[in-house]
Ligand binder design. Sequence first.
Ligand code: PMP
Length: 338
Amino acid sequence: MEYVKNILGTIGNTPLVKLNKIVEEIEALVLAKVETFNPGNSAKDRMAVKMIDDAESQGLLKPGYTIIEGTSGNTGMGLALVAIIKGYKLICVISDKQSKEKMDILRAVGAEVIVCPTNVEPDDPRSYYSVSKRLATETPNSWYVNQYDNPSNSLAHYEQTGPEIWEQTEGKITHFVVGVGTGGTISGIGKYLKEKNPAIKIWGIDTYGSVFKKYHETGIFDENEIYPYITEGIGEDILPKNVNFSVIDGFTKVTDKDAAVYTRKIAKEEGIFVGNSAGSAVKGLLQLKKHFKKEDVVVVLFHDHGSRYVGKMFNDDWMRERGFLDEEKLVAIDLIKD
Ligand code: PMP
């Protein structure tokens, strides 16, 4: 018989899928590392396991403890799966701009969800950073995960995702492109790939309203770069310890509208139903096309599943209300005229 001893045994070894129509203007081979094949439907399952395992071995997390985290949903889902298997209680503190689907999914897998306002400063007592930290100090026998600064986050990608990409491309990868939030994914994979071959270029995808690109280029943490944005999962108004700027060659910023439009295009043109940050990553990759030569092998990572965004960019009314549906609306008007 062939089986895994519980659902955690299905994490990792996600496929690389060639992108075709959506990247037809690029001559290089473009491959997507589709992380939705993980059981929690995102790359975050990998680091959830690693952070919990490491906290246990360091004696920070013990039987009967409550795990507390500020999470945009995907980390929460990963933590929830591990918490179920290992018998911990989980509290997720989430900001109100996150999709309702993400909150419902977290509740479905047994997490307690606390929703905080998005448009407040990180050090405001109502922010999800502050609320999660406060809960962690006030709750006895609890462990605060802190994915932003927890080194096990990027280590999971250094130990697993990086080697997978290297082996799947038989060492032929020349560029890696990925959205950056806590920085765990880009820093872990980037470090591993650069150790294997320092010529590999690592590109981060940032969003307008976030500090990463400017900080990387100037070393200045510019508060003027910070304003509310719609894109989920990437960009920050803080500098998480997990962002290792030394393994990143550059950032490109993608607008909320482009991210939403390209998330829809990935589903329609490639049949790959993935989330908002995948749209950012593909649009960012197209913005970078002058850096890619015909013989290059470009890997882009898709973090999470489209089902979490059915009420958002996959919903026409949501797109129309934000003025994101122009091109498709024009096509519809043309069809009516015909
Ligand atoms: N995309 C999505 C959908 C995410 O949830 C996250 C995590 N915030 C990221 C991208 C960025 O990954 P990381 O935190 O490892 O930088």
